[in-house]
Design a protein around this ligand. Structure first.
Ligand SMILES: Nc1nc2c(ncn2[C@@H]2O[C@H](COP(=O)(O)OP(=O)(O)OP(=O)(O)O)[C@@H](O)[C@H]2O)c(=O)[nH]1
Ligand SMILES: [Mg+2]
Length: 178
């Protein structure tokens, strides 16, 4: 855990996504933390309400209650869709439980040889996560700075609700195809 965050304005978001989707690696990359990427066993609260969740929270219904209480007071949900996965792992109905939350769609692990970023974006679109989508790789660093800037911009006093109203780094993913 970072005691003195490099990016104090990077705040108020929770990362959710399947086991192994890259939440911890991305969290640490965003924070520029040198902590080791280990399997997340329980919710990790970084400073400024940056929250890393275990993938079991989205993949196992028994944990949905824990997920809901964890995200209750956080404004922005960062959902990770691995570039090489066709499985969507945000629990059904979650966005209806908390309709006021902003959801930011991230395609993770874009460096993998079997990455299919277009399909990953389409899967998010099919599940009502709207663009812009952020393509990221913690292996190459692709997209991390852009996502960080976007998340920081959400802390501005005049930041609108709804990620879709902001036109930050869209990572080159066209929206018209949806
Ligand atoms: N090639 C590649 N590997 C990645 C990337 N991001 C994460 N990984 C690797 O994928 C594995 C899982 O990453 P984590 O960050 O632990 O995934 P997680 O979503 O936090 O997983 P849980 O804590 O189990 O929910 C680790 O071995 C990471 O090093 C990426 O962008 N590219
Ligand atoms: Mg983790």
């Amino acid at each position: 855990m970072n005691k003195q965050p490099l990016h104090p304005d990077l705040a108020d978001f929770v990362l959710v996504g399947d086991v192994g989707s890259g939440k911890t690696a991305l969290t640490l990359a965003l924070l520029e933390s040198s902590d080791q990427v280990l399997k997340t066993q329980a919710v990790v609260f970084h400073p400024s309400h940056v929250v890393d969740t275990p993938g079991e929270f989205t993949s196992r219904p028994a944990y949905y209650g824990a997920l809901l209480s964890t995200i209750a007071d956080i404004s922005t949900i960062v959902y990770l869709q691995p570039a090489n996965s066709r499985a969507f792992s945000l629990p059904p109905g979650l966005l209806h439980v908390y309709p006021g939350k902003r959801v930011v769609g991230v395609v993770s692990k874009t460096d993998l040889p079997d990455a299919d970023t277009e399909t990953a974006c389409r899967i998010m679109a099919e599940h009502n996560i709207l663009p812009p989508y952020f393509l990221t790789s913690t292996a190459t660093g692709e997209g991390v700075a852009g996502l960080r800037s976007f998340l920081i911009s959400l802390q501005a006093p005049d930041a609108s609700t709804g990620a879709n109203e902001k036109r930050a780094e869209c990572a080159g993913v066209g929206e018209n195809e949806f």
